[in-house]
Design a protein around this ligand. Structure first.
Ligand SMILES: [Zn+2]
Ligand SMILES: [Zn+2]
Length: 449
């Protein structure tokens, strides 16, 4: 009987309405625990025809006053988030072990299950969260909030807070989750890596030790980097600045060789911004800014605000690639033989043993990859233009050269002459089963074409 239980709980000592209501938290959805507690206290007093005597959190032996501090805690969280843009939040809390022990004793002393109803921790999270939402016009998100506030109740004295109505700032820790911008990049010049490439010799410091002390590193001409720029270095600073974040990380959907261009549709990427204070920059504006500053070496396209899941999407989504290659042959090649070789390769699954040029720390193995389509034009007896569409992971340079027989079949093998890719362009990266760009992965509306 609920009134009986309430009477037993009240007999344990002075308790506040929230603490009295919490063991009954699974009853009457839509009430706060304080409202449940107040109603039970009233019912018990009426039934016994006793004088009504409320107990404030200040006197509560269970929460020791914490249930009266929700407003002050929420205000401290909102203060800590000053200047940070967010649409969703989540609150976590640490409850002092002594208070958790009180909660158990409270129920046990009244003859109830020590776990019955709701825990103090859940009440703090919900009540503080509700107040943050009301003050800032934002919504709770238990899955992937923009910001996360963790409240350490042991970090302040509840009775002092009940007097001063404020909470020391070190009791509240706010984390701002990263924000993401998706796009496709084109690399219009060769010898531009996708991500920045620090010099190994000097550990990116740009200096080496000479006879007369420090001098510019020979290996990188004192720049600290192996290449002047990279796609990452072109894109990152603008996105980080537009989102007023602390730093950025570039995630590409695979990568082309440094000496290959990336043309036409471009390659999907996500730029992740840590601790953004702005979450909704204008992607069109950002795109113009990046392209103007890149001066033609790199271009970006189709920038949109993306969800957290888009990082895994660009990294894991199976994609096929389109290529264009300049090919040179060791001996003159007959046009019919050239066309017959391409026909033979088209639709074929090739076996590729790990290429000699690939990092030797990687395990050697044979992979099978399909050449969906290959086509080309013999420009001169020793020179051809080849276009192909292949499964992700196909080694294109080796498909042409055979890599001393490590790829089988190959263009060189079928023509029985040396063949070498002298210039390679990636002309498309597309999802095998479905496009990278599904609306579920975006936070903004599609732009008008
Ligand atoms: Zn209490
Ligand atoms: Zn160096």
């Amino acid at each position: 009987m609920i009134t009986e239980d309430a009477r037993e709980l009240l007999a344990t000592g002075a308790v506040c309405d929230s603490c009295l209501g919490r063991p009954f938290a699974d009853r009457s959805f839509g009430l706060t625990n304080a409202e449940r507690g107040r109603a039970l206290r009233t019912t018990v007093a009426l039934a016994a025809d006793d004088d009504f005597e409320p107990d404030e959190p200040t006197n509560c032996w269970v929460c020791e006053g914490y249930c009266g501090t929700f407003d002050a805690v929420a205000a401290a969280v909102v203060d800590a988030l000053e200047g940070v843009e967010f649409a969703t939040y989540q609150v976590g809390s640490q409850v002092p072990p002594l208070v958790e022990e009180n909660e158990r004793l409270f129920r046990e002393d009244a003859g109830l299950d020590p776990e019955v109803g709701e825990s103090m921790k859940r009440e703090v999270n919900r009540e503080v969260g509700r107040r943050i939402g009301a003050k800032t016009g934002t919504d709770v998100d238990f899955d992937r909030p923009d910001v996360l506030a963790v409240v350490d109740l042991a970090g302040f004295d509840p009775l002092e807070t009940l007097e001063s109505d404020s909470v020391t700032s070190h009791a509240v820790d706010v984390q701002v989750n990263p924000a993401f911008v998706y796009g496709r990049y084109r690399k219009l010049e060769r010898d531009v890596p996708q991500t920045e490439w620090p010099c190994r010799e000097c550990g990116a410091s740009g200096v080496q030790l000479g006879d007369d002390g420090e001098e510019p590193c020979d290996h990188c001409d004192g720049t600290g980097y192996m290449y002047e720029t990279s796609v990452e270095q072109v894109v990152r600073p603008h996105v980080v600045e537009a989102m007023d974040g602390d730093e950025g990380t570039f995630h590409g959907a695979g990568r082309e060789d440094v000496d290959a261009r990336m043309l036409e549709e471009g390659r999907p990427f996500v730029l992740e911004v840590k601790r953004p204070r702005v979450r909704d920059p204008d992607p069109a504006e950002l795109e113009r800014e990046i392209n103007a500053a890149a001066e033609g070496a790199v271009e970006v396209d189709g920038l949109r605000l993306a969800t957290y899941e888009m990082v895994e999407r660009v990294k894991e989504h199976d994609a096929s690639k389109h290529y264009r290659a300049d090919v040179e042959f060791g001996d003159p090649v007959d046009r019919e033989a050239f066309e017959a070789a391409l026909e033979e390769l088209s639709g074929t699954t090739v076996e590729q043993y790990t290429p000699q040029r690939v990092d030797h720390r990687r395990a050697n193995l044979t992979r099978e990859r399909t050449v969906y389509e290959i086509d080309g034009e013999l420009l001169e007896p020793t020179r051809a233009d080849v276009r192909l569409h292949g499964a992700g992971g196909l080694y294109v340079k080796e498909l042409i050269s055979s890599d001393d027989g490590r790829t089988e079949p190959s263009l060189a093998g079928l023509l029985e002459t040396d063949a070498e890719v002298t210039a390679l362009d990636v002309t498309g990266v597309e999802g095998e089963d479905e496009p990278f760009e599904r609306e579920a992965y975006f936070r903004d509306e599609p732009r008008e074409a």
